[in-house]
Unconditional design. Structure first.
Length: 233
């Protein structure tokens, strides 16, 4: 016989909910511990035109990224590093490096950086074609400069289209309700196994819970081209 619970549920029912919540928490903790070492903070210095005086001045911005090879290649958003003469990368362990922009593709909002370091922790890449609406996802980034912030949510929709800065439509975008803020751009969106299935790229400021990520399969196609262009230049 189940014991009456004055809060509105049975003791057995409450235990089941606690177990479910604990399982949910364990997934997020596992993903955070697995993926956080590969997530980096990106600081950039850019030339910004003063709208009142019409002159160029130095502006600073922040973003996120994640390490994809042990020898220092880092994936982020193109808009994070676009036009930046100076890019600084801060690793999860606190080390700081000047980064080279290997290449950037504004049409997919992806960029590849490299830092002079080796034996680095890398993010495992998943398959964005296999994701489903309603699937649990975890986002890690540096919103407002707060390093390695973890949020969780679900895949809200697939196949969205988003207008890139050059005015070209980016298709097949992942929509999620995992909370993102300025500075989260370029960080990984991961599945329950800790594999990256997207690169967080944009939020809609007036709307809560509308965030978007570039599918990792798009990045897998773009990265070799960015490296090849650099080697051919």
């Amino acid at each position: 016989m189940e014991r009456f619970d004055p809060t509105g549920g049975s003791e057995e029912g409450n235990r089941s909910e606690e177990k479910a919540l604990d399982a949910y928490s364990k997934i997020i903790v596992h993903v955070a511990e697995l993926l956080s070492p590969s997530v980096v903070n990106i600081n950039v210095v850019q030339q910004v035109r003063d709208p009142y005086r019409g002159i160029l001045r130095e502006g600073r911005g922040q973003g996120s990224g994640f390490i994809v090879t042990p020898d220092g290649f880092i994936l982020t958003n193109s808009h994070v590093v676009q036009g930046a003469p100076s890019v600084e990368v801060i690793l999860n362990d606190g080390r700081t490096f000047a980064a080279e922009v290997v290449g950037a593709d504004a049409f997919t909002d992806l960029a590849l950086l490299r830092i002079p370091a080796g034996d680095l922790p890398i993010a495992r890449l998943g398959d964005s074609e296999a994701v489903r609406v309603g699937q649990l996802v975890v986002a890690i980034g540096n919103p407002l400069g707060f390093q390695c912030t973890v949020t969780a949510g679900v895949i809200s929709a697939l196949g969205r289209a988003f207008m890139a800065r050059p005015g070209r439509l980016i298709e097949n975008i992942i929509q999620t309700d995992a909370a993102l803020n300025p500075g989260s751009s370029g960080g990984p969106l991961a599945d329950a196994e800790g594999k990256v299935i997207g690169i967080n790229t944009a939020i809609i400021q007036p709307a809560q819970g509308l965030c978007f990520a570039i599918p990792i399969n798009t990045a897998k196609r773009i990265i070799p081209h960015l490296i090849a262009e650099r080697e051919g230049s």
